[in-house]
Structure formats: structure tokens, C-alpha cells
Write a protein that binds this ligand. Structure first.
Ligand code: NAI
Ligand code: A1CAB
Length: 253
């Protein structure tokens, strides 16, 4: 996710000389420097920047937290923006007491500027400071401002969501192959069907049940398929899927 943010920032007018990055392995550091021309530095140097973006795994954050806690950089003013799942801003505020703390949850379509990014703002931030963070995140896609106590739910739905959707897309492609279509034709049909369905629902503001009914002819093909989906409990399975991801996000706290 950090690399997606970096590449989108550089593609959207931010200069390589405005960004410093940190990474654990020397190979990764060399790759980031040679690919993007950015300065690679220690966590302390990065933490001295005006805007610090935290994009390590939540499990790694404890290491960085203790690494930085002894350093004077945590006293610098500025902004902290965390994209880590499950780490509350109160914990970030304890580490960086002088900074505004923002939490965001992007998703992987951010790599192509088509992400949805949930943002919980700091109540002490001015309108201009909120706008600055929203502008930064808008290179990744659509920014939605919400309350921090909604963040674990967002993580489960849109943060993890691309993996759930990708699994369904893969299964539908296999289904196309199972009924005799080539893999490449199947891919065109499945991608187009999903993108077109979402566009139709969105642009015409149609309820999903209305669209489902419009496709479903009496004694036709669609109702034969829907009977299988309902018998297999697909609705309940998807609800349980997102609830399991939500519980995991809460446990990461
Ligand atoms: N993968 C996803 O779709 C999303 C991930 N997130 C969040 O983003 C964060 C990162 O996730 P991913 O990008 O998937 O993980 P990743 O494993 O791809 O990236 C983690 C990065 O942390 C760096 N790192 C590890 N240890 C470090 C250390 N001690 N000091 C400095 N840098 C260090 C690594 O070099 C690596 O670039 C997580 O907190 C996750 O919850 C949020 C939204 C979506
Ligand atoms: O799986 C995870 O924990 C992260 C958070 C949202 C997407 N990936």
C-alpha cells in the first residue's frame, strides 16, 4: 500500500524531493530509491517529516513504536496519517503527542487511482488541515470521511473487499471455462458484467433487488442459478465473511 501511495503521489504532481521513505530490507530500500528517485532514510528521519505516513503491518508497529519512543523526533509538530488496520489514533497520539493524527483505510484499487479511502480526522484539526490530508489521499481515489469507531467495519468491507471480490471473479471465470468458454473470453465477459452491473446500479440509482428481478425471467436461466446461490447460503456467507474480517480488525487493536 505504501508503494501504491508513493507512485500515485509522484504521478500526481508531488516531487520525489518532497518524499522520504523507510523500509526494512536493504533490497527494498534500493528498489524504492532506484525506481522512484526518493530518499531512503531511517524510521527516525522519516518520523521527523511534516507529514508522517505509517504503513507498516500492525504487528510491526510495536517495534517501530518502541524504536521511536526514545527519539526526540516524536516531539516534532505536524501530522501523522496511519493506514494501519486496527491501530487506534489514541495510540498514535501517545507516540506523537505534538501531532494531529488521522487514520485512513485505503484499498488496493488505489494503485490505479480507483480506491475508496475512509478517513477519520482529528477533531483538533482545522478545515484547512483536513483538506490537506484529503488532497493527499485523493490521488488514491474517492475519499469518504467518517468516524474512527467505524474504521474496523470499513477495514472489513472495503479494505479487505478487493480480495473477496477477486475470489468471486476468479470463481466466475472458472465457471465460464466449465461451461466451455475460453479463459480469455470468460475474463472479458466476467469483468464487463461486474463493471457494467455496478455502473448501472450506481448511475440509475437502482436497488440491487430491482435489477435482480429485471434479469430474472419466469422459469428462465437466471432463477435456476439463483436457486443454487440461495440454497448454498451465499448471502449469509458474505455477511459472515465481513463479520469475521471485522472481528479480526478489532482483535488487532
Ligand atoms: N494490503 C492492503 O490491501 C491494505 C493494507 N492496509 C494496511 O497497510 C499496512 C501495510 O500493509 P501491506 O502494504 O499489505 O504490507 P506489506 O508487507 O506489503 O508492506 C509493509 C511495508 O512495511 C515495511 N516495513 C516492515 N518493517 C519495517 C520496519 N521495521 N521499518 C520500516 N519499514 C518496515 C516493509 O518494507 C514494507 O514495505 C498494514 O497496516 C495494513 O493493515 C490498509 C489498507 C489495505
Ligand atoms: O488483511 C489486512 O489485514 C489488510 C487490511 C485491509 C486489507 N488488508
Amino acid at each position: 500500500m505504501a508503494e501504491a501511495m508513493l507512485s500515485r503521489l509522484l504521478a500526481n504532481g508531488y516531487g520525489a524531493n518532497q518524499v522520504i521513505v523507510s523500509a526494512r530490507s536493504p533490497e527494498r530500500q534500493a528498489y524504492l530509491h532506484s525506481t522512484y528517485g526518493v530518499t531512503v532514510a531511517s524510521n527516525s528521519d522519516v518520523a521527523a517529516a511534516h507529514t508522517v505516513i505509517l504503513a507498516v503491518k500492525p504487528q510491526v508497529f510495536s517495534e517501530i513504536e518502541s524504536e521511536l519512543a526514545d527519539s526526540s523526533v516524536v516531539q516534532h509538530p505536524g501530522t501523522v496519517l496511519s493506514i494501519m488496520a486496527g491501530i487506534p489514533s489514541a495510540r498514535l497520539r501517545r507516540l506523537f503527542p505534538q501531532r494531529l493524527t488521522f487514520r485512513a483505510m485505503p484499498n488496493t484499487p488505489a494503485q490505479v487511482g480507483a480506491g475508496v479511502i475512509a478517513l477519520a480526522t482529528d477533531s483538533a484539526a482545522t478545515e484547512a488541515e483536513v483538506v490537506a490530508v484529503k488532497e493527499l489521499l485523493s490521488v488514491l481515489g474517492e475519499v469518504v470521511v467518517l468516524r474512527e469507531n467505524q474504521m474496523d467495519a470499513v477495514t472489513a468491507l472495503s479494505g479487505s473487499g478487493p480480495a473477496f471480490i477477486a475470489l468471486i471473479v476468479e470463481a466466475l471465470c472458472d465457471a465460464g471455462v466449465a461451461v466451455g468458454l475460453s479463459r480469455s473470453l470468460t475474463q472479458t465477459l466476467v469483468y464487463g458484467t461486474i463493471a457494467g452491473t455496478v455502473k448501472l446500479l450506481d448511475e440509475r440509482e437502482i436497488h440491487p433487488a430491482q435489477l435482480k428481478d429485471a434479469v430474472t425471467s419466469p422459469a428462465g436461466t437466471t432463477i435456476a442459478g439463483i436457486e443454487v446461490l440461495e440454497t448454498a447460503g451465499v448471502r449469509g456467507t458474505l455477511i459472515q465473511t465481513v463479520k469475521a474480517a471485522y472481528q479480526r480488525a478489532q482483535a488487532l487493536n
